[in-house]
Design a protein around this ligand. Structure first.
Ligand code: GLY
Ligand code: MN
Ligand code: MN
Length: 451
């Protein structure tokens, strides 16, 4: 038990509850059998693999982080209660000496609360028997070509036995539609982990602010971030850290992180740790030398004001689009005031001329995946905000050199990103501990070095 909790950071009850919630949804949808595999291991080069990361849907329902595992949920037959069955690697002393601990079916069953567990090698022979006479198969069709083939082969095996009265499921439904809706609203266990991931990541940003100075390299700053994530228990960064000095900040997905930091430039850091399968996502922008110049401060405060307006627009009863629209108004007016654009506020918003300097949206869902699952829009209607949803608030402004742009602003790139949990009343920002007011950043960089 202790071992699994260390691996998942989460009690098995939370995962069991999620399996029960999926079972209820499957019953409402007419029942059937769900097959949910975890991710395959990925080779990086000879005898070397990328660090293993279990599939988000699979870990959401199981907490089980070993590779070569499949969750099968059987709901269809009226004569038996619903069952959650795990297929996983068997215990194997020799492999465990080389590669580490395996729970094995029996151990996994006991520790993670499945109704039954079998060796993964038995899956292909058991699948046709489990699929037979089920009204529907719930599966993430199209996610992985190998799994599509494996499932098609199992269905064909059932069909080949039609003369003995066995029927293959008449419909295949995408189980992700149900799971996406579930994952969009986080439960208490998830929010607890996300708060902790956010707290760790704020300390990494503070560490970076203390460390940065002219002459340091972007990768040295990245190393400080990674050190702090790992030191506090994050398994990985939630995505490749962006450490972008000067003009590099105007490249939205800059990950080269190999340039020297120059006196007088800003540094944009977009980095967050992943803790027991949950992402955090924070961006801070600050001066390499610890003091904002006048033009840097003008752009920075415009983005900070836009973020404040966006955060004020996050509340239940509102929609996913509200924070973006609130941020846009402030950014568009700010771009006019700074003479980055000409015209009227309505004209700038209507024509979308602001997109030259602000080309991404203000928010995305956050959870197990940094760009988490869940619908943003249904037809013409933006998703309503509900308590327990988590989204980022990340306005920015990126100014590339051009003849019609005041030279003082060239190569300034600013983004400020926090993570917001929708609450019953409004929202809780779980990443506030990373300073973002100019005076607070300058004070930290002046007084906090070596701290
Ligand atoms: N770090 C990825 C993003 O901000 O969307
Ligand atoms: Mn983000
Ligand atoms: Mn980000």
């Amino acid at each position: 038990m202790e071992r699994s909790q260390a691996l998942t950071g989460n009690s098995f009850e939370a995962h069991q509850q999620r399996r029960l919630a999926l079972i209820e949804r499957m019953i409402r949808g007419g029942g059937g059998i769900a097959v949910i595999p975890t991710s395959p291991e990925q080779a990086r080069n000879r005898d070397t693999h990328y660090p293993y990361r279990a599939d988000s849907y699979f870990q959401y329902l199981t907490g089980f982080t070993e590779p070569e595992a499949v969750l099968v949920i059987v709901v269809g037959r009226s004569d038996a209660p619903p069952q959650s069955i795990l297929f996983c690697r068997e215990k194997n002393l020799e492999r465990e000496i080389w590669d580490g601990f395996r729970h094995g079916p029996e151990g996994a069953c006991e520790v993670f609360g499945f109704d039954a567990a079998h060796a993964i090698g038995e899956l292909d022979s058991k699948l046709p028997e489990m699929l037979a006479d089920q009204p529907a198969l719930w599966f993430s069709i199209g996610q992985d070509a190998g799994w599509d083939r494996r499932i098609a082969s199992a269905l064909n095996t059932v069909r080949a036995e039609s003369r003995s009265g066995k029927r293959a499921p008449a419909t295949v439904r995408d189980v992700r539609a149900e799971l996406d809706a579930m994952r969009l609203v986080k439960d208490a266990a998830e929010l607890g982990i996300m708060r902790r991931a956010a707290a760790i990541s704020t300390t990494a940003h503070i560490r970076a602010m203390r460390f940065v100075a002219p002459g340091r390299f972007e990768y040295e700053v990245e190393a400080e971030l990674l050190h702090e994530f790992r030191r506090q228990g994050c398994e990985y960064p939630a995505y490749t850290s962006i450490v972008a000095g000067g003009a590099n900040a105007c490249v939205l997905h800059y990950v080269g992180n190999d340039q020297v930091l120059r006196d007088g430039d800003l540094l944009l850091i977009d980095a967050g740790g992943e803790l027991t399968g949950y992402a955090s996502d924070i961006t801070r922008s600050f001066p390499v030398n610890g003091r904002f110049s006048g033009p840097q401060a003008d752009v920075y405060d415009m983005v900070l004001d836009a973020q404040a307006a966006a955060i004020a627009a996050v509340r239940p009863g509102g929609t996913f689009a509200d924070p973006h629209e609130a941020a846009l108004k402030v950014l568009a007016q700010g771009m006019l005031d700074l003479k980055l654009l000409q015209g009227s506020l309505d004209g700038v918003i209507e024509s979308e001329s602001y997109k030259r300097f602000y080309m991404h949206r203000t928010s995305h869902w956050l959870g197990k995946d940094v760009h988490d699952v869940g619908e943003y829009k249904e037809g013409e209607h933006w998703a309503p905000l509900l308590p327990g949803m988590v989204l980022t608030i990340e306005p920015g402004c990126y100014i590339r050199p051009a003849d019609d742009v005041p030279k003082a602003f060239w190569n300034i790139g600013v983004r400020i990103e926090d993570d917001a949990v929708v609450t019953a009343a409004a929202c809780e920002i779980i990443t506030l501990a990373a300073p973002k007011k100019i005076a607070d950043i300058e004070a930290l960089m002046r007084d906090g070095r070596g701290g």
